[in-house]
Design a binder for this molecule. Structure first.
Ligand SMILES: [Mn+2]
Length: 335
C-alpha cells in the first residue's frame, strides 16, 4: 500500500512562477536529494562517445530539460491522471561518465543506474547516445529480471561491431541479446526503415529475438494496428521502452546523430505510447538528441514531451502501483 504520510512534492505550477523561470530540472521537478522518497527518477546520461556519425548527444539531457519547461504537467487528459500527484517524480541530475573511455563509461552508467534503482521505484534516462541502453538494461535486469524490450528507432542497433568496437550506439541490443537482457519472445523494434549494411541484417536481428514493426506499416495498419501488435507481443511482462528520437522523421526531430527520412510523425509516436497505457512499464530511455543540429528546440521538445508521456505511463503501470518506495515498504516486485 502507498504510504499515506508521504505527499508528493510537485513542480511549481506555471500559474505561480512562469514556466520559463524557476528550477532548471526536468519539468521543474524537485531534485532527488530534496524528496523523502522517489517513485520515478529522471536522470541525464551525457555520453556520446559511441556515435558513428554526428556527435553531440552529450548535450541532450540539458537541452531536454530546457525544452521541458514548456510542458503543462498538472493533468494529462489522454491518460486521465495527475502524474505528479499519484507518484513522486524527481530529477536525479546527470551520471558522470568518462568521455574518453567507453568501457569505463559503461561501467559507470551501470553502477549509477543500479544505485538509483535501489533508491527509486523506476528511472527514465535521458541520453546521450544509444550506447547507454546496454548498461541500463543490465541494471534493470538486476532489479526486475529479464524484460520485454520495445525499441523505437529508425535503426536496428543490433549490429556486431564498428571498426572492431563492440560498444557503440549501433550495437547495444546485440550486446544485450548476448547477455540475455531481454525476453526473446516478447521484444520488438518499432519504426525501422532505411537501407541496411547487408541482406542478412534482418535475419540476424530475428535470430537475436526481435520482431519488427516497419515504419511503413503506419501507412497500412495505422496507430491502432501498431499498438495491437506491440500489446500482443509484450503481454504482461515487465516492459522497458528504449526510444531513439530518430524514430521520428527529421521534420519532427532534426537534431539527432543519424537522421533517417520517411519516419514517424510526432502524432504517431504519442499515439502509440498512449496506446500502451496500463502495461507494466518499469523503465525507459530517450536517446540521441543532439542539440547542435536542432532548430527552435524541435527535437528537444519532442524528447521532453515523450519523456512526460513515459511519466504518465508509469503513473498507470501496474508493476509500479502501489508505488515501490525503498525503505518505507516491502518491494512488491520481489514478493
Ligand atoms: Mn538507436
Amino acid at each position: 500500500m502507498e504510504n499515506p504520510d508521504i505527499v508528493p512534492i510537485q513542480p511549481t505550477s506555471g500559474k505561480v512562477v512562469p514556466r520559463y523561470a524557476g528550477a532548471s530540472t526536468f519539468a521543474r521537478l524537485p531534485e532527488l536529494r530534496d524528496v523523502p522518497v522517489c517513485d520515478v527518477a529522471i536522470v541525464g546520461i551525457p555520453f556520446d562517445a559511441g556515435t558513428s556519425f554526428r556527435p553531440g548527444a552529450r548535450f541532450g539531457p540539458q537541452a531536454i530539460r530546457q525544452a521541458s519547461r514548456n510542458l503543462r504537467t498538472q493533468y494529462h487528459p489522454a491518460y486521465n491522471v495527475e502524474p505528479f500527484m499519484v507518484q513522486q517524480v524527481a530529477d536525479a541530475g546527470d551520471v558522470a561518465c568518462n568521455p574518453f573511455h567507453i568501457n569505463q563509461a559503461i561501467e559507470q552508467i551501470e553502477a549509477a543506474a543500479t544505485d538509483l534503482l535501489a533508491q527509486c521505484g523506476a528511472m527514465i534516462s535521458l541520453g546521450g547516445d544509444h550506447t547507454i541502453a546496454y548498461p541500463l538494461l543490465k541494471a534493470i535486469n538486476q532489479r526486475y529480471g529479464s524484460v520485454a524490450l520495445v525499441h523505437f528507432d529508425a535503426h536496428l542497433d543490433t549490429w556486431d561491431t564498428y571498426f572492431g568496437a563492440p560498444y557503440t550506439h549501433g550495437t547495444p541490443f546485440r550486446r544485450a541479446a548476448e547477455a540475455g537482457l531481454f525476453l526473446k519472445d516478447a521484444s520488438m523494434h518499432v519504426g525501422i526503415r532505411g537501407p541496411l549494411y547487408s541482406r542478412d541484417d534482418f535475419k540476424v536481428d530475428r535470430e537475436l529475438g526481435f520482431c519488427i514493426v516497419h515504419c511503413d506499416e503506419f501507412e497500412t495498419i495505422g496507430i491502432g494496428g501498431v499498438v495491437e501488435r506491440i500489446r500482443d507481443r509484450v503481454g504482461d511482462h515487465p516492459l522497458y521502452l528504449s526510444i531513439d528520437i530518430d524514430v521520428l522523421d527529421p521534420a519532427f526531430a532534426p537534431g539527432t546523430g543519424t537522421p533517417e527520412l520517411a519516419g514517424m510523425t510526432s502524432r504517431e509516436l504519442l499515439g502509440v505510447l498512449r496506446g500502451l497505457a496500463g502495461l507494466p512499464v518499469i523503465g525507459a530511455d530517450v536517446v540521441e538528441v543532439a542539440p547542435a543540429y536542432d532548430h527552435a528546440e524541435i527535437t528537444s521538445l519532442a524528447a521532453a514531451t515523450v519523456t512526460f508521456e513515459l511519466i504518465n505511463l508509469m503513473a498507470l503501470s501496474p508493476k509500479l502501483s502501489p508505488k515501490f518506495r525503498p525503505g518505507l515498504q516491502e518491494n512488491q516486485n520481489q514478493s
